[in-house]
Design a protein around this ligand. Structure first.
Ligand SMILES: C[S@@+](CC[C@H](N)C(=O)[O-])C[C@H]1O[C@@H](n2cnc3c(N)ncnc32)[C@H](O)[C@@H]1O
Length: 239
């Protein structure tokens, strides 16, 4: 074994080939592939753990992760038929971030990168759902669209929560909305958890820390993925 390793370490062209390939790969591709992978794992785990409830995604953009989640849930229905009862909710302004507070400002989170069309996302989700899965896309800025609370949408329990809206204020609105829906076994996927140079007093990390303290829950980290995404599970909910 040691000799084989020694031989491989001399194949410099192989190392250079792998390095050139990785160095040239767009980081967004790496991030999105790992995001898809982690969403698949979370759908698998909630199927085998028999966690029922709805899928709530905050920050849908063109619908790629939303549609991927629908597909994963449908395909895993052979493990748990109740998957088909999962209702998918996607929340987005479909016009970017709106006006950001000074504290939420970030060089990458700007409206010109995130303008999209609700109609196109709806068509895309329809194709993924194939009449098996119910979904609803809710347009609007979270401080308006979420203010009636989860019960207004008929959401009682969340199975998977995916926060992909990047800023503190949007994540805070989303998590406050989700608070009454979390149960033991709810997975919470947090993209951009380490944004704002890793600060815990800004961005998604701040919103999540406040949410955990206010909800009287215990959470455990399950995975990390991509360029700074993490996944938690609610391991205990105190009454
Ligand atoms: C990174 S993109 C979402 C990507 C998507 N989850 C995917 O993987 O395909 C972030 C989205 O969050 C939305 N967003 C950010 N802040 C928001 C707010 N306060 N209210 C509503 N939508 C918001 C933006 O419009 C944008 O589409």
């Amino acid at each position: 074994m040691a000799t084989q390793f020694g031989f491989l370490s001399k194949l410099e062209f192989l190392q250079d080939w792998a390095s050139v390939l990785l160095a040239g790969l767009n980081p967004a591709i790496i991030h999105n592939l790992e995001k898809y992978h982690v969403l698949k794992k979370v759908h698998y785990l909630s199927s085998v753990e028999d966690v029922s409830g709805d899928y709530l995604e905050f920050g849908v953009f063109t619908g790629s992760s939303f549609c991927h989640s629908i597909r994963c849930c449908r395909k895993l229905a052979y493990l748990n038929k109740k998957n088909l009862n999962t209702k998918f909710y996607g929340f987005d302004s479909f016009s970017g971030f709106g006006t950001l507070s000074d504290d939420d400002k970030h060089p990458f989170y700007t409206d010109e990168n995130f303008e999209t069309s609700l109609k196109a996302v709806e068509q895309r989700a329809k194709r993924a759902a194939k009449n098996d899965i119910e979904f609803k896309l809710v347009p609007g800025f979270f401080n308006e669209s979420l203010k009636g609370g989860a019960l207004e949408f008929g959401i009682e329990r969340s199975r998977i929560i995916f926060i992909d809206s990047d800023t503190y204020s949007s994540a805070n609105d989303a998590l406050t909305f989700c608070a009454p829906t979390v149960q033991e076994g709810t997975f919470i996927v947090l993209d951009d958890y380490f944004s704002y140079r890793g600060s815990e007093s800004r961005g998604v990390a701040r919103a999540f820390n406040e949410f955990v303290a206010q909800c009287n829950i215990k959470v455990r980290q399950v995975f990390s993925y991509g360029m700074g995404g993490v996944v938690y599970i609610v391991s205990e909910k105190k009454q």
